[in-house]
Design a binder for this molecule. Structure first.
Ligand code: NI
Length: 136
């Protein structure tokens, strides 16, 4: 029996959306407020979905404590209360859009979660704007 389990986490981070190949005018035009040169913050909600067979001995897909600890070590400790552009290796040369952040998070978690499990990441940048990786 295959079941999906979910863990919801939260982190705060600052960013600036910016394409160095464009003029300041074009950056302002495309990214608007998210291009603010002095950065701005978001309250990110992260949902991690793990799908796999239920272990007949435990009745679990995976131990949620283990999932919580992996997300904390790989994502929360790395990005919470950070300026994504300035403080992280991952976004030094990568525009920190929700799309890119979800992809980076997926790659970090994928290395730590058993490959028998399918993994999906949903990232809310605001209450109304969110992304999913991988796409269906
Ligand atoms: Ni923003």
């Amino acid at each position: 029996m295959r079941i999906s389990v979910f863990r919801k986490e939260h982190f705060n981070a600052a960013h600036r959306l910016y394409n160095p190949n464009w003029s300041d005018e074009k950056n302002e035009q495309v990214f608007g407020k998210c291009n603010n040169p002095n950065y701005h913050g978001h309250n990110y909600d992260l949902i991690v979905k793990v799908t796999g067979e239920v272990d007949p001995e435990t009745g679990y897909v995976m131990d949620m404590k283990e999932l919580k600890d992996v997300i904390k070590a790989e994502v929360i400790d790395r990005f919470d209360h950070k300026n994504l552009n300035l403080d992280t290796e991952e976004f030094k040369n990568l525009n920190p859009t929700a799309e890119h952040i979800s992809h980076v998070i997926w790659n970090l978690l994928r290395k730590k979660i058993d490959e028998n499990f399918a993994l999906k990441v949903i990232l809310y940048e605001t209450e109304r704007n969110y992304v999913e990786y991988p796409a269906d």
